[in-house]
Design a protein around this ligand. Structure first.
Ligand SMILES: C[S@@+](CC[C@H](N)C(=O)[O-])C[C@H]1O[C@@H](n2cnc3c(N)ncnc32)[C@H](O)[C@@H]1O
Ligand code: SF4
Length: 448
């Protein structure tokens, strides 16, 4: 059943503006729904979400909704706080803790929230009730509407059918979030979805990102190679008349700083919240978002995507690497470029792996790193680093373990071609020509 059409039919039959109690879980989801419904209904947003088990997160989302509604300055939109007792959620989800997202626990979670909405709508004499939840691609619209339909028989207010992700609703919610600077959470709400998010982030980003973020630029980027890298990149961008760039796995945003200085419109995404926070602090006028490129497609389109310092190698399976390439293809403009580098398996084997030591000094900070690497049977490098940092009078020791994929060059090329990219250039990174035994290989490819 097309629930969006069903809603259109309900709206067409309205003879006058009706009152609607609109359950909502956050400001971004509310934004596009309000835009869609505000001409037909006097809306009260109902924030009843005991599933958001972290109190701080709960309050953050609520206060974001309130600020957003204030900014809208529409007098037919109000906000009503529901009860907040996470125990209601825990009681409901007993025995379903291990369920996957979109599984049985979520069905019951939708039901809990919609039932309370219907009850309150009845108590306060609303004409209609519904929820914004169907705007999310992660929510099952059939279930939401089935639950709403059943509640219609039990309560007086009418359930307004909805599938708000239709007609580009989700895309619109991201655009509005950007326009209004809304906080977009990166997990659904309950402790189980939060743990899943944390687990995924740890695997993906390997503790490295968070732990070293304050010293990343000094250790990895403040060297003559970085200047060379930027100059080569800028030359390429200029020669190809590239104006807009997405930096995937932007890290601390150091590349973006230079791109911006050269009048290029740059945005950045990274899976690591620590990196994104750091980049935002550094480049206040650049738009950054905490996103996993294997799961999300940023909303804008760009002339070029860059993914530098081996972002692709952080994808530990071929499936993940494929998803990354596929999503990058989607955000590129016609004839857009993808510019990146990766660890070349042949080069890694050729150069051998050994114990290494490196020391970098910058003003009052000295960072010494000892590292060990072993290549496992799945062509994944198991790395262990010991950082000894002397920061003015402070001594900081950081031990990091991480895993990095090493790809065969022919596999990467095949993946790119399968996803409709044509190869423009393959080169030893930061060198002019290609040496197949080099461990650091750069590729420029173009959308066919
Ligand atoms: C070695 S750092 C490179 C940072 C930056 N590009 C540079 O050149 O300095 C790799 C970055 O990729 C990010 N990353 C890894 N997997 C990602 C994914 N699936 N989506 C978005 N970012 C990812 C990590 O969090 C990390 O910040
Ligand atoms: S993942 Fe989301 S919908 Fe599912 S139970 Fe948790 S909060 Fe509810």
């Amino acid at each position: 059943m097309n629930y969006d059409l069903e809603m259109e039919r309900q709206i067409q039959n309205l003879s006058e503006k009706k009152s609607l109690l609109l359950h909502a879980c956050c400001a971004p989801c509310s934004s596009a729904v309000l835009e869609r419904l505000t001409d037909y209904f006097d809306i009260t947003i109902f924030y009843y979400n005991p599933n958001i088990t972290d109190k701080k997160e709960y309050q953050k989302r609520l206060s974001e909704i309130k600020t957003f509604v204030q900014k809208l300055q529409k007098n037919n939109i109000k906000v009503l706080d529901g009860r907040y007792n996470p125990q209601e959620f825990f009681d409901m989800s007993k025995g379903l803790e291990e369920e996957k997202e979109r599984g049985k626990r979520c069905y019951k979670c939708y039901e809990l929230r919609l039932r309370e909405t219907a009850q309150v709508a009845q108590k306060l004499n609303f004409d209609y009730f519904t929820t914004t939840l169907s705007i999310s691609p992660y929510k099952n619209s059939n279930w939401l509407n089935e639950i709403g339909e059943n509640l219609n028989f039990e309560y007086k207010p009418t359930y307004l059918y909805a599938d708000f992700k239709k007609k580009n609703g989700y895309k619109r919610s991201i655009e509005l979030s950007k326009e209004f600077g809304l906080y977009r959470q990166d997990y659904c709400g309950c402790i189980y979805s939060k743990l899943k998010r944390d687990k995924e982030n740890n695997i993906q980003t390997s503790s490295f990102q968070g732990k070293l973020v304050n010293y990343y630029d000094i250790f990895f980027l403040k060297n003559s190679n970085f200047k060379k890298e930027i100059n080569i990149l800028l030359k390429f961008l200029e020669e190809n008349n590239i104006k807009t760039i997405l930096d995937v796995g932007c890290g601390t945003g150091e590349h973006d700083k230079y791109l911006k200085e050269n009048n290029l419109k740059t945005e950045g995404i990274d899976i690591s919240p620590d990196m994104i926070e750091y980049a935002k602090r550094k480049n206040k006028d650049i738009f950054y978002e905490c996103l996993d490129i294997t799961k999300n497609i940023p909303q804008n389109n760009y002339d070029c995507v860059i993914a530098l310092s081996h972002v692709i190698d952080y994808q530990l399976t071929e499936e993940k690497a494929k998803a990354m390439i596929k999503n990058i293809y989607q955000v590129l403009n016609k004839d857009g470029f993808f510019y990146f580098n990766f660890y070349n398996l042949k080069g890694i084997i050729h150069h051998g792996l050994s114990y290494q030591e490196k020391t970098i000094t910058d003003k009052e900070i000295t960072i010494k790193r000892k590292s060990n690497a072993t290549l496992n049977s799945k062509n994944i490098l198991d790395l262990e680093y010991f950082y000894y940092i002397q920061d003015k009078n402070k001594n900081i020791n950081i031990n990091i373990k991480e895993q990095i994929s090493c790809f065969k060059m022919e596999n990467i090329i095949e993946l790119l071609e399968k996803h409709n990219f044509k190869i423009i250039n393959i080169f030893s990174y930061l060198k002019d020509n290609l040496d197949e035994n080099d461990w650091n290989i750069g590729i420029i490819c173009q959308k066919k």
